[in-house]
Design a binder for this molecule. Structure first.
Ligand SMILES: [Zn+2]
Length: 497
């Protein structure tokens, strides 16, 4: 019997759910809001997949997990980075490892960046960040079961591919197919009587990145003729998610609890800010005049744009050489920068937020005061962007992170116009500002969701001040497991009263 179903809905936010509910949709979400406990779940900064899902699973802040992004600094002096793997989650003891105490049969399915999967009493299937062709199944024999059920097993949809812009219905159909796969998987897990099911649905996030221009009437790319049609399609996507939720409630209601979470919220994406281009213009970053690496980079961009098929072959080649293609991409950006002359830079990042690192070895060599240089960069950044009516909010790493990995946090962190403007590391733009691309019009924000319903959830109504790190300690309490002292999240006591 399923005692707990933890359902992750990537990118879900009440900013979108409540209007849909008011319009008469999503009856099961409405039921949870009316009869269960819910509230806004504040994400990590940056509010993105890797740190957010890691902090959610472990109850610890990025200063302790060391996960700020897909790529994380492991040495400041020689600027070494590592790509996030399941080890980064495992070494901080995630929720499922506490529950893996011999009493529970556990399924962890589609959890982002939980790759490679590892030994658990049950099954583990990696999610976003891995490829269906990778070894994403534990134990290995579950692979045959899943492959039989889903000959065409999918993890995500490359929503930024140009083909979807020409034919948005193709995107919606693929999104629905991915959700039907999720639905079938959930039915299988429920029937297989796992005690604990932890599963993440990613289609919600992918759809919102792609479709946001049609959701928000104030988006500069909102289109009076087509947006209404596509908003209806977006609701259809969410109606499938709502049916999945209804099915889980019906199956586990009397015996277990359903907890729904998202890793971050969502809002519109209107512009891009190219952080390294700005740093170069201000003299903090110097590019290499290495023509070979520049040509390689341009060639790579060219392939990606016009011949994605050939590029994917290169990726497969790199994989066969055991080099992570993602790391290769990072190297290509860093190899563009002349570190003998660069004071500050943004390494490759999926954060979409301002993450500036100082080149500490040069700064130490030149005896430059770290605080002074940070203050100067911040002042100039504000001055440059305020001219374009862009609001810059700085976040102090020392104020929001604690733990032994705070030293690897970026030196300067910021976000622009309440997360509407993406901050990107690309070096190849002439100007440091551009409009958002047509295929990426929604951005992550801090306000995720928490919803819970079931036999042990006593509280009805809205709960304030919930943090993504509170989920794991609250679930541990549900299972009467003692909360270790190094967990940063708090038990959401109200749930049980
Ligand atoms: Zn996303």
């Amino acid at each position: 019997m399923t005692k707990l179903f933890l359902l992750g809905l990537d990118g879900a936010t009440f900013d979108l759910l409540l209007p849909m509910i008011d319009e008469g949709h999503l009856n099961n979400c409405k039921k949870i809001i009316q009869e269960g406990a819910y509230g806004t779940l504040i994400s990590t900064f940056p509010p993105i997949t890797c740190p957010a899902w890691t902090s959610l699973a472990t109850g610890k802040n990025p200063g302790k997990t060391g996960v700020y992004d897909v790529f994380n600094l492991t040495s400041k002096n020689n600027l070494k980075y590592s790509v996030m793997t399941s080890k980064d989650i495992q070494k901080n003891k995630p929720l499922w490892d506490y529950l893996n105490n011999g009493k529970n049969k556990i399924a962890v399915v589609n959890y982002p960046f939980l790759f490679p999967p590892y030994n658990i009493n049950g099954i583990m299937i990696s999610g976003l960040g891995s490829d269906p062709d990778d070894e994403i199944f534990y134990p290995e024999n579950i692979k045959n079961v899943i492959r039989k059920m889903f000959p065409n097993y999918k993890i995500d949809i490359p929503f930024m591919n140009e083909e979807y812009l020409d034919d948005p219905n193709k995107f919606f159909n693929e999104c629905k197919d991915l959700l039907y796969q999720n639905e079938k998987m959930i039915n299988y897990l429920l029937k297989s009587k796992y005690d604990i099911i932890i599963m993440v649905i990613s289609a919600t996030d992918l759809a919102q990145h792609f479709i946001y221009k049609h959701i928000d009437k104030n988006h500069p790319q909102y289109d009076v003729i087509n947006s209404k049609i596509y908003y209806e399609k977006f609701i259809e996507i969410w109606e499938i998610v709502d049916l999945i939720i209804g099915n889980i409630i019906d199956t586990i209601l009397d015996v277990g609890n359903l907890i729904i979470v998202s890793d971050h919220g969502f809002g519109k994406h209107t512009k891009n800010f190219y952080n390294n281009v700005w740093l170069e213009k201000k003299g903090y970053l110097v590019k290499k005049t290495n023509y070979i690496s520049r040509i390689k980079l341009l060639f790579n961009d060219f392939l990606k744009k016009y011949f994605p098929f050939i590029q994917s072959k290169i990726v497969i080649y790199l994989k066969s050489k055991n080099i992570s293609p993602r790391l290769e991409k990072y190297k290509s950006i860093i190899s563009e920068i002349n570190m003998d002359k660069t004071i500050a830079f943004m390494p490759i990042s999926t954060s979409g937020q301002g993450m500036i690192f100082l080149n500490e070895s040069l700064i130490n060599k030149k005896n430059i005061n770290k605080n002074n240089i940070c203050d100067r960069i911040k002042r100039e950044l504000k001055y440059s962007l305020n001219k374009y009516d862009i609001d810059v909010k700085f976040i102090s790493p020392k104020e929001i992170y604690v733990g032994k990995y705070v030293k690897y946090a970026p030196n300067i962190m910021f976000y622009l116009n309440n997360f509407e403007i993406s901050v990107l590391p690309s070096l190849n733009n002439r100007e440091y500002l551009s409009d958002a691309p047509k295929s990426h019009t929604g951005n992550h924000k801090m306000n995720g969701i928490f919803m819970s319903y079931g036999k042990d959830i006593k509280y009805k109504g809205k709960i304030k001040d919930l943090n993504i790190m509170d989920v794991t300690p609250s679930i541990l309490k549900l299972f009467n497991i003692e909360i270790p002292k190094d967990i940063d999240g708090k038990i959401i006591e109200k749930l049980f009263i």
